[in-house]
Ligand binder design. Sequence first.
Ligand code: SF4
Length: 282
Amino acid sequence: MPRGVVPRQPARTGRQDKVRVGTGTPARPGRGNASAAALEGRQKSAPKPAPAAKVKAYNPVAPERVTEILKRLDLLYPAVTCALTHSSAWELLVATILSAQSTDVNVNRVTPELFRQYPTVEAFAALEPEQLEPDVRSTGFFRNKSKSVVGAAKRVVAEFGGQVPDDMEKLLTLPGVARKTANVVLGSWFKKAEGVVVDTHVHRISRRLELTKQDDPQKIEQDLMRIIPREKWILFSHQIIWHGRGLCIARKPKCADCPLENLCHAGDKTWSTVDMHKNAKT
Ligand code: SF4
C-alpha cells in the first residue's frame, strides 16, 4: 500500500459519515439546529411512499386458471373416451340419441341387443317408430327416441347413401340430432373438433368452475370454445363427463377428493379451502 493512504474506517457512531437517518435530506453544513417549523415543512415535503400494488381482480376464465384446470384434468383422466358402446358412426349416433335423459350404463344395456336385431342403418330405416319403441323403452322418452332413430336412419339412407355424414351442418339435418349429438359423433368417431359436447355433466361442472355463466347449452358451448384450445375440445368433454360421473356429481360432489378443489369456488361445494361464490353453481 502506498505511504499516506489510510483505508476508510467505519464511523464510531455506527453510521456512515455525512448520512442522516430519517428525513432523507442530506445534511447542510453550518445551519445548526433546525426550527420546529422548518422541520415540519421538510417532513411535509418528504417523498410519499409508493402506493401498494393493486390486487388483480379474480378472473375465472383467465388463461392461467383455465390452463391449470386442463392440466389437472389431464393428470386425472389422461386417456378417457366415450363410454357409449358402439362399433360404427351409426351405432354411436343411435346410442347418443338414446342417452338423452338417461345414463350411459342404461343405454349400454339396451344397445347390444338392438344392434344385433337391426345390424345396419338400412334395417332401422325399414322400421316404423312404433316397432322400435319396446326395444328402447327402458331408456325413457321412448316414443320420441324411436321417432328420432328411425327418422335419422331413413334420412341417412335417402340423403347420404347409408353413411353418417362427417359434417356438422349435414348432421344437424337429421331428426333428433342437435349440436350435442353431432359433436359426440364428430369428435368420438370422426375425430373432428367442431365444437364441445355440452351434456348435463359439462353443463353443471362448467358452471361450478365458473367457465361460463350461461344456462343455455349452445351459449355454454360458445363460451367453452372461446377459452379452451381447439385441440382440447374433444378430450375436455370426455374428461368432464368422467369427472361428473365420479367426483363432481350433481348432489353432494366429492370435493374433499377432488384435485380441482383449490381452483373451484362453486357455491354448492361440500368442502372448501377457498372462498365459495354463491352464483357459481348449477
Ligand atoms: S371441488 Fe367439488 S364442486 Fe368443485 S369441481 Fe371438484 S367436486 Fe366439483
